[in-house]
Ligand binder design. Structure first.
Ligand SMILES: NC(=O)c1ccc[n+]([C@@H]2O[C@H](COP(=O)([O-])OP(=O)(O)OC[C@H]3O[C@@H](n4cnc5c(N)ncnc54)[C@H](O)[C@@H]3O)[C@@H](O)[C@H]2O)c1
Ligand SMILES: [Zn+2]
Length: 370
């Protein structure tokens, strides 16, 4: 039987929507049905997730609806305009009208592509997110950023398009590979660091339960993460300022992901190391007590995330890749640092000397630990 453990709201005026967190939500026809507009539904998923969860969702939607299932190949490399074109082709072949509801069932890749498809198809149709990775449950499904990649840059083509509802079923995390669960935990830890000190303290002693996939602990961590994200998004939907704090560790992280080749380090793994670098820089500026560094290292290790920068990455490689990051505006590198644990701020005055010193120190530590 389905149980809703938490319901929260993303407050965006007429585009506000609920986020339900609970167990067995796929089987609850009335819950999904409440947000489906009209009788036409297109479920977008991928080859890994579809066999696991789409049949349950179809049953919950019942017989009275016309359902088209669109199953994409699995992987970030398919987050492309070609996949988008495939979705449009299927929708048109099956004569889906303006009153179709698109439901995304999968991780952030499926969610991002489907959201963009929903934003564009007939100038915008109803959209529901059913995220099935921890990362997509705590991050990508909430906030309305949708996109596909281009050969010349990740997430470069997209739109802001909010869903009508987000259904987070913690049961779906049971089948998630352990490494993907840990990658999601990096984003969970991020919320504690940037804006929720109390949650950060809770994570210190709840990590074993989270790794053991305890339903209650997972629901709590997802709720706190989504509430924090919802608050930031409600204040700054289109990333005019505040929303950028969600990128703590990401500029360093993107440099690691790119240097290692996409897929070799998961996004969350790279962000983990990036957050540690941002914390060290905040300590070097005298804002945060140095005792916080081993505390974060311990938390990341508990979450089975890396804490050292990859061997072979020199400060030059970092600086070059960081300079190409999306967060560079008018030639100025913007970094998210911490004024304190639970309080992020955006800085634009980090000089290359300061970065080189930080990275050389981190490289020494990485060598020392080999
Ligand atoms: N829109 C945003 O605000 C935002 C924020 C963060 C990340 N993103 C995007 O999200 C994407 C990454 O998302 P992700 O980490 O969820 O990766 P993903 O979608 O590639 O999923 C990771 C892997 O887990 C599999 N999977 C998903 N759910 C599963 C389940 N329940 N059981 C078993 N396997 C399952 C997937 O098929 C895939 O192989 C990136 O493209 C990134 O750009 C978007
Ligand atoms: Zn991220």
């Amino acid at each position: 039987m389905s149980v809703i453990m938490h319901t929260l709201h993303v407050e965006l005026g007429e585009r506000s929507y609920p986020v339900y967190i609970g167990r067995d939500l796929f089987t609850d026809g009335s819950l999904v049905g409440r947000h489906v507009i009209g009788s036409e539904v297109a479920i977008v998923s991928n080859t890994t997730v579809a066999p696991l969860y789409v049949p349950k969702l179809r049953r919950a939607l019942g017989k009275g609806r016309r359902i088209t299932e669109i199953v994409l190949p699995d992987g970030e490399q398919y987050k492309t305009l070609a996949s988008l074109e495939h979705i449009f082709e299927r929708l048109l072949q099956e004569r889906h009208s303006r009153s179709t509801t698109i439901i995304a069932v999968g991780g952030g890749v499926v969610g991002d592509i489907s959201g963009f498809a929903a934003a564009c198809y007939q100038r915008g149709v109803a959209f529901i997110q059913v995220p099935t990775t921890l990362l997509s449950q705590v991050d990508s499904s909430v906030g309305g950023k949708t996109a596909v990649n281009h050969a010349l840059g990740k997430n470069m083509i997209g739109a802001f398009y909010q869903p009508l509802a987000v259904l987070i079923d913690t049961d779906s995390l049971r089948t998630l590979p352990a490494r993907e669960l840990s990658a999601g935990l990096a984003e969970v830890i991020k919320y504690g660091l940037i804006c929720d000190r109390e949650f950060y303290a809770w994570l210190q002693h709840s990590m074993p339960k989270l790794l053991a996939r305890d339903e209650g602990a997972l629901a709590e961590a997802i709720e706190r993460s989504c509430s924090n994200k919802a608050r930031v998004v409600a204040a700054d939907e289109r990333e005019g300022g505040l929303r950028a704090i969600l990128n703590l560790g990401h500029t360093f992280g993107h440099a690691i992901e790119t240097a290692q080749g996409y897929g070799n380090w998961l996004h969350g793994e790279a962000v983990a190391v990036g957050m540690l670098l941002a914390l060290r820089l905040s300590v070097a500026r005298g804002w945060v007590d140095a005792a916080e560094v081993p505390i974060l290292e311990d938390l990341l290790r508990q979450a089975q995330l890396p804490v050292q920068i990859p061997a072979g990455m020199t400060p030059e490689v970092f600086l070059d890749l960081m300079g190409r990051d999306k967060k560079v505006i008018d030639g100025r590198l913007r970094l998210v640092l911490l004024r304190a644990i639970g309080e992020a701020l955006l800085v634009e005055d980090v000089g290359s000397d300061e970065l080189v010193a930080l990275l050389l120190d981190a490289l020494e530590r990485a060598k020392g630990s080999c």
